[in-house]
Design a protein around this ligand. Structure first.
Ligand SMILES: [Zn+2]
Length: 97
């Protein structure tokens, strides 16, 4: 009879240990999820800001600030100029070219 009670107790112990490990892993994982998030944003703030935040460039014709990705680019005397619209680009080129 004693042997009958033996294995279930062992299984319970194993289950408890496994449950403990799972809880520990979840705890560690949740810490891993939350803690480095702050660190990453701190460490890579410079790199991330370049990707996330669109750089604003000034339209030299009308003075509007335009996100670099949607700006109209033109190269003049080796300098890259950014315009809010093609109209501004062409007008600027006419006046300065
Ligand atoms: Zn413009």
């Amino acid at each position: 009879m004693a042997e009958r009670y033996g294995p279930p107790v062992c299984l319970r112990m194993i289950r408890l240990i496994i449950a403990g490990i799972i809880v520990y892993v979840i705890y560690r994982f949740s810490r891993f999820m939350f803690t480095p998030a702050g660190k990453i944003s701190k460490n890579h703030s410079g790199e991330q800001s370049e990707i996330e935040e669109e750089e604003l460039v000034k339209d030299p014709y009308c003075g509007t600030y335009v996100p670099i990705n949607s700006a109209h680019k033109a190269t003049m005397n080796g300098n890259t100029l950014y315009f809010c619209s093609r109209e501004c680009l062409e007008k600027y080129m006419k006046e300065n070219g």
